[in-house]
Structure formats: C-alpha cells, structure tokens
Design a protein around this ligand. Structure first.
Ligand SMILES: CNc1nc2cc3c(cc2[nH]1)N=C(N)NC3
Length: 371
C-alpha cells in the first residue's frame, strides 16, 4: 500500500477540475471530497454510522481541542483517535494553528511557538510546530496539518508577511519533526488575498516538499470573488500531482467553484452548524425551519433528496422539533445538510466523468448565486 500516492483519474477538458485517488493508511479517498468536521472527536449530533451512511469518506478532528480535552495521553490510552471516534476510515487532524489564533487568548507569539490561555479554563499552554506534530503523530490521524500562524483578516501587510514567513519556517520544522510514515503531513499556504505573498509561500513550501498542500486563511470574510481569485492563482504554484485542500470551505457554490479551480479536498462546519441552527440547504437556497410558514408544511426539506431526514420527516415536524428543543431536530437537519454537500460532490464526479462539468458547474453557480 503506497501511502501518499495520488493518482489523477480524470481531468475536465475545459477547467482545472479533476478526479483523483489518494491512498492513506486507512484506505483510499476518491477526490474531490467533502470532509465533515468532528472537531472534538464527534461530528456534532451524528453517530459515525450516520456519517458513513451519508457516504462521507473522511472526517476531521482538531488537535487544539483534543490537546485541551481530553488530552493526547488520554486519547492514546483510549486506543487512539480512530478508536475514540469509532471511525475505521481516514481521519484528518488540523494542527491547531487556526484555533490558537482564533479561540484562545494569545499571550506570546514568538518565532519558536505560541503561549496562550486556554479558552476553556484560562490554563497557560505552549504550542510549537514540533509539539503540534508530535501530538498529531500520537493521535494517529491519516493526514495531519502543519502548525501555522493564521493572520487575522483583514490585517496590515506587515503582519501578513510575518505570519506567512513564520508559517513557512514552522512547516519545515513540522516536516523535520514528523516521524510516522503512515501519516501524510500537508503544508498550509498562507498569504491572505495577497497574490504575490501566496505565490511566494506556495513556492517555498513546494521547495521544502510535502505530499499535499492546503490553502488556509480564506473563507474568512474576503468574499467569494477574492476567495476564488486567490485559489486560482495559488493552485498554479502547486504541483499537479499532489492533492490540494481548501480549508474551511464551504457553501455549495464554493465547492463547485473550488473544484473548477483544481481543489481536491474541502472541509466546513456549516452543514452541521447550520443544521443545529435549523437552517437547511435546498436547491432553492437555505430555509430557516423556525419560520412559522413551515408549521403545517408536509413536504420534506427537498423532494427527491433521499436522505434519512427527507425520507421520514416533514418540514412541519422539523419546525416542531426545533420549536420545542427536541435533540432530533439538529441531528436530522445535519444529516440532510451533509447529504446535500455529498450529493454535490457525487454530481461533480459524474460530470467530470462525462466531460460535462464546465456546463453543469456554470448552470449551478448561476442558480446558487440567485438563491
Ligand atoms: C473559515 N474556516 C477556516 N479557515 C481556516 C484556515 C486554517 C485552518 C482552518 C480553517 N477553517 N487551519 C489551519 N491550521 N490553518 C488555516
């Protein structure tokens, strides 16, 4: 089994879209792929069996959160992350770089690492590239991420440059610290929407050499056009034969547009976060189920969807569940929303196979933009 092998199976003639097969320690991943997020070891509100039934191939967990609770030692004593999550397929762990800068109270950012106060109990913690890589090696995920510094958006160019430079230096330390050949260490390209900085960062990371490359720092309020323009530009600086991962993305239109620019992997909390907040993806745009207009609506969320939620529950029932605070409401709408994104990925695969992706994606993007 050649872990890290990425085979391009089919390429769209009129865009950068492609289908691939990525070999990992827990099986092959057919790309493009959407990865549901299980930040603290659970895809919120869903059993692993539900996630598997939807057709998800790989799920995420987060090193920052697992480091704080229950702690890496405890995860190891519980049999590792796959055992803890009851998931025998591929897992990707984010390094915690984003969460340290977005969740915690930063005390010190140095070239060595970061000192911060835990967002849980204020405990002072120190993380650096080597510690974050060792933690991911011990968690045992199949794909692990470099420890990076995520500059806020927007921010002064000087801050963006220093965060990008530091992320490059830290990526090299992560690669030198990474000991487990069963795990793939992906680099993360930073640089905001500054195309020159993105090129510089991508070129430097490719020089160091990684089995896959992510793009971080997008889908943070820059807007769809900036995100796609930056993605398209950066992809041109990444190797054709390595997987490309657009972190934290995204909504239905983002997935289609990202694939068109040559992205292979996506993750996003929105299907479950929106699901918990009674917001459901539909082909006609999101619907807010707490709205009284759905009180006696006997239709499923989406005619023809086929997910467990749409096969068994009406919009009226779902509105009732949210209205009275039944736990089943968030679970059902999360199942539907992940299924909705999975179905988009399935349609992407089919259209790339049939060489109809460009026309299909054009029509879909127009439709979703109008929602
Ligand atoms: C908008 N969501 C999102 N953007 C991200 C950006 C990054 C990330 C996770 C994200 N999630 N993880 C990193 N280690 N770095 C960059």
């Amino acid at each position: 089994m050649s872990i890290g092998k990425f085979e391009i199976l089919c390429k769209d003639a009129k865009s950068n879209a492609r289908k691939g097969l990525l070999t990992t320690g827990h099986g092959d991943i057919r790309t493009p792929v959407f990865m549901p997020v299980g930040t603290r070891g659970s895809v919120k509100g869903l059993t692993p069996e539900m996630v598997k039934d939807i057709g998800s191939q790989i799920i995420l967990a987060n090193t920052y959160h697992m480091y704080l609770r229950p702690g890496i030692d405890v995860v190891e004593q519980l049999g590792g992350l796959h055992k803890l999550m009851a998931w025998d397929a591929p897992i990707l762990t984010d390094s915690g770089g984003y969460q340290v800068f977005s969740l915690s109270t930063l005390n010190r950012i140095g070239d060595d690492g970061v000192e911060f106060a835990s967002h849980i109990d204020g405990q002072r913690i120190y993380l650096d590239p080597a510690i974050a890589t060792d933690a991911q090696n011990r968690l045992g995920a199949d794909i692990i991420m470099a420890f990076d510094e995520c500059a806020p958006y927007p921010c002064e160019r000087e801050r963006l440059v220093s965060a990008t430079e530091r992320s490059i230096r830290w990526a090299k330390i992560c690669k030198d610290s990474h000991k487990n050949d069963l795990q793939l260490l992906f680099a993360i390209v930073q640089g905001g929407i500054d195309l020159e900085l993105r090129s510089y960062c991508a070129d430097k990371l490719v020089e160091i050499g990684f089995p896959g490359y992510a793009m971080g720092g997008l889908s943070v309020g820059e807007g769809f056009d900036n995100m796609i323009r930056t993605t398209a530009h950066t992809v041109r600086h990444l190797p054709e034969d390595k997987p490309r991962y657009l972190m934290g993305v995204g909504m239905p239109a983002d997935l289609i547009a990202g694939v068109r620019e040559g992205i292979d992997m996506f993750d996003c909390v929105l299907p479950t976060r929106n699901g918990r907040n009674a917001s459901a993806f539909t082909e006609e745009g999101p619907i807010k189920l707490r709205n009284s207009v759905y009180t006696t609506d006997i239709r499923p969320l989406e005619e023809g969807c086929g997910c467990y939620c749409c096969r068994n529950f009406s919009r009226g029932t779902l509105r009732h569940f949210f209205n009275v605070g039944e736990m089943l409401g968030p679970t059902l709408v999360s199942i539907h929303n992940i299924t909705f994104l999975q179905r988009i990925m399935d349609k992407i695969h089919k259209n790339i196979d049939n060489n109809t992706f460009s026309e299909w994606s054009e029509e879909k993007l127009k439709k979703y933009a109008a929602c």
